[in-house]
Design a protein around this ligand. Structure first.
Ligand code: MTE
Length: 300
């Protein structure tokens, strides 16, 4: 499969701790994808502070398990992820409940090392494992009338104890424009560091859209709906003046309550310096054309 983006991150940008991965195996996999052959971009890679697996899996936003950063790691063990299926419906030729095992048997899992930038102005560098969302949409056969993709997280308050509180209007929902969903950078992730997805990170399968703020990367997905209307999104419903549909990372458009010009790499220790935030989180070359002619300030 051809990959059309430039990856400027390597394992040197992630944790040096190799306990969680077989570096040689991953490097071989990356060479297979042609990733190691690509020249690094001039910007940012050198400024990134490595992110440790323990940090990625213990500093989380997953409000279904509580509002504290440590709550998901404490409570997500209650989540049962087997069996798991994704309902794909709306404007598709082959709607239905797709068992996760059947989906995975048709996909090739690859590694993608992406920057991950939360709207709260912290960031990590994460080695995800997954497949392109487009390949899943192709399985279901998207109809020409479809313009957007809506996503929904599991609703199961007995296991997701945060859903007993009205913090958000459950289930968590998100959405993308169809061209964003079909972009080769847009990933359905099933793991990180070569391991199955930790429950607190959105097991068994979640979205990763690396040029958008982290809240677009919806976790533990049970439903994907193709539609011709812009779908509602949880944070926009909750605080519409602060969180829009697009939510592209943009250092030039501040959050109403804080600057988005820089970010705090998590896991860099107490003295870690803030680093400048990059437009589209460093993926400008790959995705800026999706927004040609759009006012990014209005479409925040
Ligand atoms: N998905 C669901 N279902 N519930 C959530 O609370 N939080 C979002 C996003 N996806 C969230 C979610 C936010 S705000 C962020 S920053 C990322 O998940 C955090 O992902 P991580 O915990 O894997 O770093």
């Amino acid at each position: 499969m051809a990959h059309r983006w430039t990856n400027d991150l390597t394992h040197d940008d992630v944790t040096p701790k190799s306990a969680y991965l077989n570096r040689r195996q991953l490097m071989a996999g990356m060479a297979g994808l042609g990733l190691t052959a690509l020249a690094p971009k001039a910007n940012a890679a050198a400024d990134l502070t490595p992110t440790d697996f323990d940090v990625i899996s213990q500093y989380n936003n997953f409000y279904e398990f509580g509002t504290g950063k440590e709550d998901p790691a404490k409570h997500a063990h209650r989540l049962t992820t087997q069996p798991w299926s994704i309902k794909i419906d709306g404007m598709v030729d082959r709607p239905g409940d797709y068992a996760l095992g059947d989906i995975l048997s048709k996909m090739t899992i690859e590694e993608r090392i992406y920057r991950f930038r939360c709207v709260e102005a912290w960031s990590m560098v994460v080695p995800w494992n997954g497949f392109e969302l487009k390949d899943l949409l192709d399985l279901a056969g998207v109809q020409s009338s479809a313009k957007y993709v809506a996503f929904e997280t599991l609703y199961r308050p007995d296991e997701m104890i945060g859903q007993k509180s009205p913090f958000l209007d459950w289930p968590y929902v998100e959405g993308l424009r169809l061209d964003e969903a079909n972009h080769p950078l847009t990933l359905m992730a099933t793991g990180l560091y070569g391991k199955d997805m930790p429950k607190q990170n959105g097991a068994p399968i979640r979205l990763v859209v690396p040029w958008k703020y982290g809240f677009k990367s919806i976790k533990s997905i049970v439903r994907i709906t193709l539609t011709d209307k812009e779908p509602p999104t949880s944070w926009n419903k909750s605080i519409p003046g602060e969180y829009g549909f697009y939510s592209n990372v943009n250092p030039e458009v501040d959050h109403p309550r804080w600057s988005q010009a820089s970010e705090r790499p998590i896991g860099g220790g107490f003295f870690a310096k803030r680093i400048p935030t990059l437009k589209f989180n460093g993926y400008e070359t790959e995705v800026a054309n999706l927004y040609d002619g759009m006012d990014l300030r209005k479409n925040y």
